[in-house]
Design a binder for this molecule. Structure first.
Ligand SMILES: Cc1cc2nc3c(=O)[nH]c(=O)nc-3n(C[C@H](O)[C@H](O)[C@H](O)COP(=O)(O)OP(=O)(O)OC[C@H]3O[C@@H](n4cnc5c(N)ncnc54)[C@H](O)[C@@H]3O)c2cc1C
Length: 342
């Protein structure tokens, strides 16, 4: 039987969230295996407490201290569990770093996740919002995941259907929010991969570099270059990437908006239309604005940043102001992509 992990009291989470805000966890434990996690969950002292799962802290915002137990997933492991000539199943522990896992796949010539290079955070959190970038979403390579029920400590396998993936969404942000802890994720990767260059910024960059027949390594390197040029590094300026989701609106509503703003950028999303939230925010004059230490990034209007000592509450206050002005001008309600922990 695994040992009980060390549980710390009154633990400062500043180094565990990329926004870099101070918040205390009443209790904090880092778990390195599913057995250790079960041991922790079954302890009577912690059983009744509210719990928060934590990976790299790159998609959450602490508004207050967390009165309960923060469980940091540090389960590390990568193994090919099945393969044939064309493809393989790679099982990865929840605590593995997502980008390092992408690099591992690319180095081995296994395709499918190269467009998702350089997304911060852990493998275990990747299914929570069905991470996506540069024309690819996790669900396209997702095979299954193992998760432990917080109440019972029993493991359950979720296939793609059970995860109910949508744009930056899954069952784990809706019906099963806070009910399961993902312990590992299995990806289906290709040995003779076809690359995806449908995303315009990616195909243009490849063209500029004179690459007409890109490998997965070329895709990965180009995605990393584009991301580094556009997004602030959380190690330098606190941020959580895109703060809001890009709104998806009915086609009729879009047509009305387009009459007033003919230049409005738009992308088809099934029978609806997706509009870049960054454009809406920029149009409301927020790009580069700062209130105290909370601000809107100078290059990317969708990224809210912490220039130093902003609190979670100050970041939320700014986000609310942005939401109100976008609603007043365009009638569109922005929904946070970031998980707000109150
Ligand atoms: C600079 C920057 C760029 C980004 N770019 C992108 C992008 O291009 N595309 C994109 O999709 N995202 C992007 N993100 C957001 C973020 O990187 C992803 O959402 C990532 O998957 C979060 O991983 P994490 O381990 O940091 O999760 P955390 O922030 O630790 O947690 C996020 C949520 O998942 C829950 N959770 C975490 N681990 C588990 C687990 N094992 N089991 C159950 N619940 C869990 C948490 O409770 C929380 O609700 C970006 C963030 C930053 C800072």
């Amino acid at each position: 039987m695994a040992n009980l992990p060390d549980v710390k009291k009154n633990f400062d989470l500043k180094d565990h969230n990329t926004m870099g805000v101070h918040a205390n966890a009443q209790y904090f434990a880092s778990v390195t295996s599913a057995d250790e996690l079960r041991q922790l969950l079954l302890q009577p002292d912690y059983k009744i407490l509210p719990k928060l799962m934590l990976g790299g802290g790159s998609n959450l915002l602490f508004v207050n201290d967390f009165e309960g137990l923060v469980i940091h997933l540090n389960i590390k492991d990568r193994a090919v569990i099945e393969e044939n000539e064309e493809e393989l199943l790679l099982q990865v522990g929840a605590g593995e770093n997502w980008h390092e896992t992408v690099m591992f796949a690319v180095e081995n010539g296994w395709g499918g996740i190269e467009n998702l290079s350089f997304i911060p955070g852990s493998v275990g959190a990747a299914p929570i919002q069905n991470i996506g970038a540069y024309g690819v979403e996790l669900e396209e390579v997702f095979e299954s995941l193992e998760a432990i029920d917080l109440e019972t400590g029993i493991s359950k396998t979720f296939d793609k259907k059970a995860c109910n993936f949508e744009y930056r969404d899954s069952v784990f942000k809706k019906e099963l929010k806070g009910k399961y802890i993902i312990t590992d994720v299995t990806l289906r990767l290709q040995k003779d991969p076809e690359v995806n260059t449908t995303y315009r910024a990616l195909s243009e960059s490849l063209e500029e570099k004179g690459i007409s027949d890109p490998t997965i390594k070329d895709i990965s390197e180009t995605v990393i270059e584009i991301r580094q040029s556009k997004l602030p590094d959380p190690a330098e300026i606190g941020n959580t990437g895109s703060f809001f989701k890009n709104p998806v609106i009915p086609a009729e509503v879009f047509k009305e908006l387009q009459k007033e703003y003919p230049e409005i950028p738009n992308y088809p999303a099934g029978d609806k239309i997706k509009i870049p939230a960054a454009w809406l925010i920029d149009r409301c004059g927020w790009k580069g604005k700062q209130i105290g230490d909370a601000g809107v990034h100078k290059v990317h209007a969708l990224v809210i940043v912490n220039y130093g000592n902003a609190t979670g509450a100050e970041i939320i206050e700014l986000a609310e102001k942005i939401r109100s002005s976008v609603f007043e001008k365009f009638g569109i309600v922005l929904i946070p992509e970031v998980n707000i922990i109150t």
